[in-house]
Design a protein around this ligand. Structure first.
Ligand code: ACO
Length: 448
């Protein structure tokens, strides 16, 4: 199969959210600490009525219904997550309820677990399946679903929740550029979940690993690009858009500025305003922590207009919903489709997917007009209601957020309860929710 990639994309975030402006006041931190310092606007959270399984059910059903895909047309279904509710039973098996009902149980794939990278691993393997001799002509679906929740402290404002579903197949409007994918896998203890509800996280180390890995991958991606295209890769002219794993928006701003700086150094185009920091041999300060803070700041300001054009159009969901772990980078795709539509045709989208631990890839998608109009970008754009759904949410108070956290602590690994929050009336029509966890820890779901 040719031009394998993303045919359609949907994102789901819980209706319950708290604004960072309100959190700053509530937490007693200086004004601007979360909104400017972290670059975040809002954080989505779940009561005990929704969980990673219900979010996966909601977004998967939404993808099938909205794009008129019959469950019979799907031959592979994989889930990327790092917040599974069971150490043995995959979230994929819960999703099978909607396929089983339609009479289709012949569906390969299970869950992919590796921090925020599980979704990307699933996308790459789904694309490999469609391109392989094992492919039987049906679609692949990849669902990413996560709740990110940190203990009280500096990491808590980077919590979030959400899910993304992607339809993968040939003749895609956003096709993967095969052969250009660069990967880095290594061992680090920057973020992990050895026990309990909360991750063990070394914030500064995780930021270091994120940026350092990105540096490595840019060089690797550029080398593959050069070999394949017979010319040097130039971020500014060769990548029309760039999507990043987005733990918080400030890191995305810094990451993009850093990539642009590498580009300027490589092509000998460091502008006068930044030249006092640049090294004569064209190399850049390494490791990332050694990059002078004032250079980082000057860089972010310097590339602001380019950021506005190439990055901002895909950052709204992450800024308003927080870290969605596996779904984070992929939440940018439906948004890019909504903001840019058919203008994406002929454009390259550079992707940087990072998972702590470490696993990461840099790869690219190319926008194109598919032969079959079913998944044309203009059509996908016309059907999108993402900005409207984001705007429709009514903010909750920081006290409500705290109450939800207390519930999450109580419910962690618990059985024999009926969820309390939020009221079913508060859920959007079509949302799946948890009805009960019985005494044998079996989870029962229903749809509003
Ligand atoms: N107004 C404006 N900016 C402010 C204010 C203010 N009043 N107060 C502080 N700031 C700025 C700081 O100057 C700093 O800016 P800089 O990054 O440009 O230097 C920024 O806010 C962050 O403040 P810090 O004190 O440096 O860091 P903080 O203690 O807030 O912690 C951290 C940030 C480490 C990211 C924390 O939130 C965390 O641990 N998060 C979870 C881990 C994470 O997300 N890692 C990312 C990659 S891995 C992953 O996805 C899990």
């Amino acid at each position: 199969a040719d031009h394998v990639g993303i045919l359609a994309a949907e994102v789901y975030f819980p209706n319950t959210m708290v604004r960072h402006e309100d959190l700053e006041k509530h937490d007693g931190v200086p004004s601007g600490k979360y909104t400017v310092g972290l670059g975040q606007q809002g954080l989505a959270f779940c009561g005990d009525r929704e969980d990673p399984v219900s979010m996966a059910l909601t977004v998967c059903k939404r993808l099938l219904e909205k794009h008129n895909v019959s469950p019979m047309e799907v031959g592979r279904l994989e889930v990327g997550t790092e917040s599974s509710v069971d150490s043995s039973k995959s979230i994929k098996t819960y999703l099978m309820m909607m396929f089983e009902e339609a009479g289709n149980t012949d569906i390969e794939g299970v869950d992919c677990v590796q921090a925020c990278y599980g979704g990307t691993a699933a996308v790459l393997s789904a694309a490999n399946w469609v391109e392989s001799r094992a492919w039987d002509g049906r679609f692949a679906v990849v669902v990413m679903t996560d709740i990110s929740l940190y203990p009280a402290g500096p990491a808590r404002p980077t919590s979030g929740a959400g899910a993304v579903a992607l339809l993968i197949g040939p003749d895609a409007p956003l096709a993967l550029e095969r052969g250009l994918s660069a990967t880095h896998m290594a061992h680090a203890y920057d973020f992990y979940k050895p026990s309990g509800l909360y991750p063990a996280v070394d914030g500064p180390l995780s930021v270091y690993c994120y940026l350092n890995t990105m540096d490595l991958l840019l060089a690797r991606y550029a080398a593959k690009f050069e070999k394949r295209m017979g010319r040097a890769f130039c971020l500014d002219s060769d990548a029309d858009h760039a999507l990043f794993h987005a733990p918080y928006n400030k890191l995305v701003q810094k990451a993009f500025a850093r990539l642009m700086y590498h580009d300027m150094c490589k092509h000998g185009e460091v502008p006068e305003a930044l030249s006092k920091w640049s090294l004569r041999d064209g190399s850049h300060p390494r490791p990332p922590m050694a990059m002078p803070a004032d250079l980082e700041k000057a860089l972010v300001a310097h590339v602001f207009q380019t950021y506005d054009r190439k990055v901002r159009p895909s950052t709204c969901v992450a800024r308003q919903c927080g870290n969605m772990y596996t779904a984070s980078i992929w939440s940018g795709i439906p948004q890019l489709i909504e903001t840019t539509g058919a203008a994406l045709e002929g454009r390259r989208v550079l992707m940087y997917s990072y998972g702590s631990g470490i696993s990461a890839s840099m790869f690219s998608l190319v926008g194109r007009r598919p032969e079959a109009p079913r998944f044309a970008l203009s059509r996908l754009q016309a059907m999108s209601d993402l900005a409207m759904r984001l705007a429709r949410r009514v903010p909750k108070s920081p006290e409500d957020f705290e109450q939800a956290i207390q519930l999450a602590e109580q419910r962690y690994c618990a059985g024999n309860y009926k969820p309390e929050l939020p009221a079913i009336e508060e859920l959007e029509p079509g949302t799946f929710y948890l009805v009960e966890v019985d005494a044998r820890y079996r989870r029962i779901y229903a749809r509003k």
